[in-house]
Design a protein around this ligand. Structure first.
Ligand code: CUA
Length: 352
């Protein structure tokens, strides 16, 4: 019987060891999975790979909390092990009064003083970072961002530019973002550049954004806002100053009149169909902002807030049956003939 018990115990231990190895292996896979890779459209990049000063502050806070948490965890587990082992060894041998005094000391130091110090440090640092996140200094460039179901409207008020889903900024310079919602609460989150900030109706939040390296930073609406919340992506394109200035100047221009005959027909389709009720094209139909401004649509990388690459095929599918592609969005199904659709696509293609 004893032999049997021992063999069962042995097996159990081996089983445990095997599971421990498996667990460690799995954990290492999970942990290495956290390492930042080149962001794709579906991967917003890691907040622990900051590319701007504000994001770096937030990342440093995370590392500080992680380090403190790790040290305390190791300390607590160590003390617990020592306590258990000593208890087993010295059971009933100690002086009860001395034990009680020692217990009170442990509670005072470990339960009151240490938490006060640690939490005090974390609180002070958190307040500093929060201040940096929410009280930005004024900057030369101000951009207004409006959250909509389910896309982003971007204004450059000093330049008369209105675009969608892509925020262009000059690299290495702080810019100020005013954020507000046109409907429900959304949240702007580009992890490599800034912490999350809500877009509320009737209230404007302001943040400062700065990218230290040129590139496209991916973000995502981070507050559940309805059926297509997950398909509300945002891109911050950081460009060298001259490239940015050229982009801004081009975006400030009215749409060019199409020269191509097919594109001219397409412009008529745009004006005479439902398109012009909701979309603005500066110089053609203005003041309609239920849908994104299309004045320079062809210059944008994606459509439908980052869901699809901006190309003719995707655009055709979007115009004909947006409800199939992004159910619940405001874009209605268009009943166009093949000729009308081709003409409209040629026109939209000319809007660069
Ligand atoms: Cu907008 Cu979630």
């Amino acid at each position: 019987m004893k032999l049997l018990t021992r063999s069962v115990w042995f097996r159990l231990r081996r089983w445990r060891a095997a599971h421990l190895v498996l667990l460690v292996a799995l954990l290492s896979v999970v942990i290495t999975g956290c390492a930042s890779t080149t962001p794709t459209r579906d991967d917003a990049g890691s907040a622990l790979d900051p590319q701007g000063p504000v994001a770096a502050d937030a990342a440093n806070l995370w590392w500080l909390m992680f380090a403190l948490g790790a040290v305390i965890f190791v300390l607590v587990v160590g003390i617990m092990l020592v306590a258990v082992l000593r208890r087993v060894r010295d059971q009933g041998a100690g002086d009860p009064d001395a034990e009680e005094r020692s217990g009170v000391r442990w509670i005072t130091v470990g339960g009151i003083i240490l938490p006060l110090v640690v939490l005090g440090v974390v609180l002070a640092y958190t307040l500093r970072v929060t201040e940096a996140l929410t009280n930005p200094e004024p900057t030369d460039l101000t951009i207004e961002v409006y959250g909509r179901r389910w896309w982003w409207e971007i204004h450059y008020p000093d330049n008369g530019v209105i675009t969608a889903n892509e925020i262009h900024i000059p690299v290495g310079v702080p810019v100020q973002l005013h954020l507000q919602s046109a409907d429900v609460i959304h949240s702007f989150w580009v992890p490599q550049l800034h912490g999350k900030i809500d877009l509320n109706p009737y209230q404007r939040n302001t943040i400062q954004l700065q990218a230290d390296e040129a590139g496209t930073y991916h973000g995502q609406c981070a507050e559940f806002c309805g059926r297509q919340h997950a398909n509300m992506r945002i891109f911050v394109v950081a460009q060298p100053a001259d490239v940015f200035e050229a982009w801004l100047a081009a975006q400030g221009e009215n749409a060019e009149e199409p020269e191509d005959e097919l594109a001219q027909q397409g412009q008529q389709v745009f004006i005479e169909s439902e398109c012009a009720y909701c979309h603005s094209i500066r110089g053609v139909s203005e003041g309609n902002n239920l849908g994104p401004d299309l004045t320079h649509l062809a210059s944008r990388e994606t459509i439908a807030a980052g869901m699809f690459d901006n190309n003719r095929g995707n655009l055709a599918g979007w115009i004909i049956d947006a409800q199939q592609l992004k159910p619940g969005s405001l874009m209605p199904t268009q009943n166009l003939t093949g000729e009308e659709l081709q003409a409209l696509l040629a026109y939209l293609d000319s809007l660069d």
